[in-house]
Design a protein around this ligand. Structure first.
Ligand SMILES: [Fe+2]
Length: 350
């Protein structure tokens, strides 16, 4: 499996289990690792773990979980630590390893907002090279990002007052809903990066999640059309911000999200729609969502086109500063890609 196929699949995946399968296939071809286990703490604490595995039998899985519980998810070991049954150390972890069908094990930590560990298991003693370890660190970061996204969705959905609206969007079009979740995820990262306060950050997440709610009124024949849209069809799609605003404007509790719903297609130079706002007349939260929206659109695959390579996405953001986007936000977003995500550090082979 090519790097690009793997990383894009993981970015767009909604399922941890599916991603472990993809990770298994990827690492099998690349470093010969056939057995993978991801352990995440249960809501109630770290003495109960949720296991996700690829090609590991139940007995081995139980022993690996025990090993993780005993070591508090390998917290006293560094990420990339190698355990092998030939090691003379009498560590309890090595004793447990020797009871499995594996002889060698590498542990990688998930330790951003998500805590957990990825275990790469081998049936014979192996020694990974620095380059192979680097690949493993990369995929660990990618899995962290995916799990953060999935947890983020769960957390947003707990806010019951918006659940019905989100469900309406889900019934209409799963693709749009997925896009909205992604936009909410990127917008909240960017919001935090530029110092948006906690209350506004909540508002930002919900606004971003519902920014395209107006699409529920767009005919399926246009919204779900597998080909490029005609000019006429595009003019119908362009009505969704104003429609969304009309749908929500009289509902209680949603007044604060109306600017994002109505103005997320406005542009800094005034050439956007529906109201042609420009510059600082576009509120900060709206500018954040616009940027997150454009980024997700460019990095997602549509039926009629592939996602853009990351270097091209960066270029597009930069050349549209002052036209479509706020310069300071683009700067912060690119910095965020550098220090928070790994996509742009990868050379996508296409
Ligand atoms: Fe939109």
């Amino acid at each position: 499996m090519q790097n690009s196929v793997f990383f894009k699949s993981v970015i767009n995946s909604d399922s941890i289990l599916d991603s472990i399968g993809l990770l298994g296939q990827y690492l099998e071809t690349l470093i010969g690792c056939q057995h993978i286990c991801l352990l995440l703490p249960h809501d109630n604490g770290r003495n109960k773990l949720i296991p996700y595995s690829f090609k590991i039998n139940q007995t081995d899985l139980k022993l690996l979980q025990q090993m993780a519980i005993d070591t508090d998810l390998f917290s006293d070991m560094s990420s990339g630590m190698h355990l092998c049954i030939t090691m003379s150390s009498a560590k309890p972890a090595i004793k447990l390893l020797s009871m499995t069908t594996f002889q060698s094990l590498y542990t990688f930590h998930l330790n951003r907002s998500v805590y957990g560990a990825i275990l790469l298991c081998f049936r014979s003693p192996v020694q990974l090279t620095d380059e192979q370890l680097h690949i493993c660190q990369m995929v660990t970061m990618q899995m962290e990002q995916l799990i953060e996204k999935i947890y983020f969705r769960k957390q947003v959905l707990k806010q019951q007052s918006y659940e019905n609206l989100v469900n309406t969007l889900r019934m209409k079009d799963g693709f749009t809903l997925n896009h909205c979740y992604n936009v909410a995820f990127y917008a909240s990262l960017l919001g935090a990066k530029v110092g948006v306060d906690a209350e506004q950050l909540e508002q930002l997440k919900i606004s971003a999640l519902l920014h395209d709610i107006g699409k529920i009124a767009i005919p399926d024949s246009i919204l779900l059309k597998p080909d490029r849209l005609t000019d006429e069809e595009f003019s119908v799609i362009k009505q969704h911000p104003a429609i969304g605003y009309e749908l929500l404007k009289d509902l209680p509790d949603v007044q604060k999200i109306l600017p994002v719903v109505r103005w997320h297609h406005e542009r800094i130079d005034g050439s956007g729609y529906p109201d042609g706002l420009s510059g600082d007349d576009i509120p900060l939260l709206v500018r954040i969502v616009s940027l997150a929206d454009a980024f997700d659109a460019m990095t997602s695959t549509r039926v009629y086109r592939h996602s853009l390579p990351v270097f091209e996405v960066r270029r597009q953001l930069e050349i549209n500063v002052g036209k479509q986007f706020d310069g300071l936000l683009v700067q912060a977003f690119l910095q965020m890609l550098d220090d928070h995500m790994i996509m742009d550090r990868l050379v996508w082979d296409e």
